[in-house]
Design a protein around this ligand. Structure first.
Ligand code: GDP
Length: 425
């Protein structure tokens, strides 16, 4: 059986923590999209880790971690991440990398940085991890697939072809150093040695695992609102963040995904540019940012301060719908314990009209939040183990949001640790 853990918001909802927690009972954990441009923060018995490429299940001895074909594989980042986990006392994880995954090359990162530089103030706020140039090349059919590392004749011809094409842009648009085919070939050979022990026909492996009744987790990166089709285009990421894409990015049948856990954070946060209707500013925002997550709302990869806001029912309802949520995991609720009242965005006003349906980008940019204030609970809820023990106003907050979403909140996370979880009904 396959479960997907995916984001219903803009990312950073706490998917890593939920995956790490569910991984206890899972056999296989798969990353199916995205690259090293976002991170998951996980706190467990070994300490605190910021993972960018490895799935959040690597800390258990019994799990196999898979980098699926849909991932933008940054080989040196993966290699270093495996090493850093081992260096900190975690038993060597069992890792498989899809032979059909494609690799982020150093020129992808350069192109990412050059394009941000060229756009100046109009940039997308890219993390410069090469993700957009990587996926552009994948779909333009000029990417490097892991399997191709083992076909040296093909590679020799391909590095020349790609350098010729890329160098036109480097010379005439960006005025930057050109790609030397020999160096590119060398880079590929280095990646080959790093990745060799892990390469696998992972879709076949998963086919066998499903036949044996193994428990499989798909771990998403970012969230619905960063999906290239259904998100806030063009301020989105370059691969689908939806559970449905898990089937493609892992190479499994879509009907095997039986449970979709949409992770929703009890308030909002976002990185990068783009309309963010329930965003807050000034002192109010600084306080939430400081108290947020575990040690503040700052990007796990970039350290950038995240934009923060109150819970957005419109965006989150849409986020759950596009994920096809069977369950909602409602996270970071403990952070809100300091507030007398908690504003919640229950609708958008666009050109004088009220709506609770999430609009396309040009309308979203005009949307103004409609607020409702709920009473706070003014205490620390960490350590509470059952739903009934939560303060009444806290339960009211959860139940109000559940009603607005129209999807069942079956898990409430009240702390960053593995065991800080309350199951409901
Ligand atoms: P992901 O990308 O969705 O995995 O999310 P991140 O790891 O970027 O951000 C979530 C942050 O919130 C991390 O620092 C987690 O340790 C932390 N976190 C997760 N769940 C909770 C929770 O219920 N309470 C608190 N206080 N922090 C949490």
């Amino acid at each position: 059986m396959v479960k997907a853990v995916v984001g219903a918001n803009w990312g950073d909802e706490g998917k890593g923590k939920i995956t790490d927690m569910l991984a206890k009972k899972a056999d296989i954990i798969i990353r199916f999209q995205g690259g090293a441009n976002a991170g998951h923060t996980i706190i467990n018995d070994y300490g605190k880790f910021a993972l960018h490429t490895l799935p959040s299940g690597v800390f258990y001895g019994h799990t196999t971690s898979i980098i699926g074909n849909g991932v933008a594989l940054d080989v040196p980042v993966l290699f270093n991440e495996i090493q850093s986990v081992i260096d900190r006392g975690v038993p060597a994880p069992k890792i498989l990398v899809s032979e059909r995954a494609q690799m982020v090359m150093s020129y992808h990162k350069n192109f990412d940085a050059y394009e941000e530089e060229r756009l100046g103030g109009k940039s997308f706020g890219s993390t410069k991890s090469g993700i957009a140039p990587f996926y552009s090349d994948k779909y333009a059919k000029i990417g490097f697939q892991v399997s191709e590392l083992f076909d040296e004749e093909l590679l020799k011809e391909k590095v020349i072809r790609i350098a010729t094409q890329k160098n036109i842009m480097l010379e005439h648009l960006y005025h930057k150093p050109l790609i030397e085919p020999d160096k590119l070939y060398q880079e590929l050979m280095e990646y080959k040695e790093m990745i060799r022990p892990y390469v696998c026909d992972t879709s076949l492996y998963l086919y066998e695992a499903l036949k044996e009744g193994k428990e499989i987790l798909l771990e998403g990166q970012l969230g619905t609102l960063k999906d290239p089709d259904h998100g806030i285009y063009p301020m989105v990421t370059s691969s689908s963040t939806l559970a449905a894409y898990g089937a493609i990015g892992a190479g499994i049948p879509p009907y095997e995904i039986k449970q979709v856990i949409a992770v929703c954070k009890a308030y909002s946060s976002a990185v990068g540019a783009g309309a963010f209707v329930s965003e807050i500013f000034g002192e109010e925002a600084d306080e939430l940012r400081r108290r947020g997550g575990d040690g503040g709302e700052f990007g796990a990869t970039t350290g950038r301060p995240r934009r923060v806001g109150w819970f957005d029912c419109v965006a989150s309802k849409y986020g759950c719908r596009l994920q096809g949520a069977t369950d909602v995991a409602f996270t970071v609720l403990d952070v809100l314990g300091y507030l007398d009242e908690i504003p919640v965005c229950t609708g958008y006003e666009i050109d004088g009209e009220m709506t609770t349906e999430f609009p396309v980008t040009h309308l979203l940019e005009k949307a103004k939040p409609v607020w409702k204030k709920l009473p706070g609970w003014k205490c620390d809820i960490r350590g509470i183990k059952t739903y009934e023990e939560l303060p009444e106003n806290c339960r009211r907050y959860v139940e109000f949001i559940e009603e607005q979403l129209g999807y069942p909140i079956t898990m409430v996370s009240n702390g960053p640790g593995r065991d800080d979880i309350i199951y409901r009904g």
